[in-house]
Design a protein around this ligand. Structure first.
Ligand code: DGL
Length: 285
């Protein structure tokens, strides 16, 4: 085993703290690995930004992770995967694993034939989702639900209060009323609202979080490229943010379940994050 493979970290990033829902599955599955997490808190949310803006952030963060010695990168963000994964794979030689809405398991498990996809506008308007849908969910009805405000709600740290519940109900109930019996969490922030989503949707509705499958895919990729650490002791977690480290430390500590120190990084910014112009969410079909 190459000694750098032993200690080189796996880099994971998201617009904010949502990617921690993926990081915790990676930590569970790969306890010996060192993990570096970047929250691009200065630019959250990505979902309303242009594809080009998100792509440039993804490239800048990946360059940072590679400079830290990363041996693999996980794009723990549906929006950034949709906007940037092809560019990242073309530009960087290390394994890069993304996350996309879990339409395939949803299409397999639905009994009503109607599935709801909860995601950002950026993910819902991306070509990748349309292609995935045609490939794996052509035989079911897919209701696309753009969840404005959910990312900000999770970033506020209020995951269970009346405001959070009202927000979740506003987007989930219309899907249930239209017959959805399966909901796909198409944004990595959403698993932190899963208890509320389940409460609102009721016990008969499946709620699918792709994070465990992403961690398994990462493990498979790393195994096949002989990149897994054989260290006996547990790996370490390192947290970085492009935002103000104090509130981000408090939030990450709460979500990660133990005291976390978060360091600040300054990365080249592509300029003011322009809003998506003239893109309307895909129609419910
Ligand atoms: N966690 C990101 C995702 O999976 C959130 C995107 C955003 O910042 O709007 O899409």
């Amino acid at each position: 085993m190459n000694p750098t493979t032993e200690t080189a970290p796996i880099g994971v990033f998201d617009s904010g703290v949502g990617g921690l829902s993926v990081l915790r599955e990676i930590r569970r599955l790969l306890p010996a690995e060192n993990l570096i997490y970047v929250a691009d808190s200065a630019h959250v949310p990505y979902g309303e930004k242009s594809r080009e803006f998100v792509e440039q952030r993804a490239v800048a963060i990946s360059e940072f992770l590679i400079a830290q010695g990363a041996k693999a990168i996980v794009v723990a963000c549906n929006t950034a995967t949709s906007a940037a994964i092809s560019t990242l794979r073309a530009r960087f030689a290390l394994p890069i694993v993304g996350v996309e809405p879990a339409l395939k398991p949803a299409a397999e498990v639905t009994r009503s034939g109607v599935i709801g996809v909860l995601a950002t506008r950026g993910t819902l308007s991306g070509e990748k989702l349309q292609q995935l849908r045609q490939r794996v969910a052509a035989n079911v009805q897919v209701l696309a639900q753009s969840c404005e405000g959910w990312v900000e709600q999770v970033e506020s740290g209020d995951l269970a209060g009346p405001e959070a519940k009202a927000l979740v109900a506003r987007h989930v109930l219309p899907l249930i009323e239209r017959g959805a019996d399966t909901l796909v969490l198409g944004c990595t922030h959403h698993p932190f609202l899963a208890p509320l989503i389940r409460e609102v949707a009721g016990p008969d509705v499946h709620v699918i979080d792709p994070a465990p499958a992403v961690a398994r895919e990462l493990k498979r990729r790393m195994e096949s490229e002989n990149l897994l650490s054989a260290a006996q002791e547990n790996g370490r977690d390192y947290f970085w943010t492009t935002g103000d480290p104090q509130p981000v430390s408090r939030l990450i500590t709460a979500l990660w379940g133990r005291e976390c120190e978060v360091a600040q990084i300054c990365l080249p910014s592509p300029g003011a994050g322009e809003e998506i112009q003239g893109v309307s969410p895909p129609r419910h079909t």
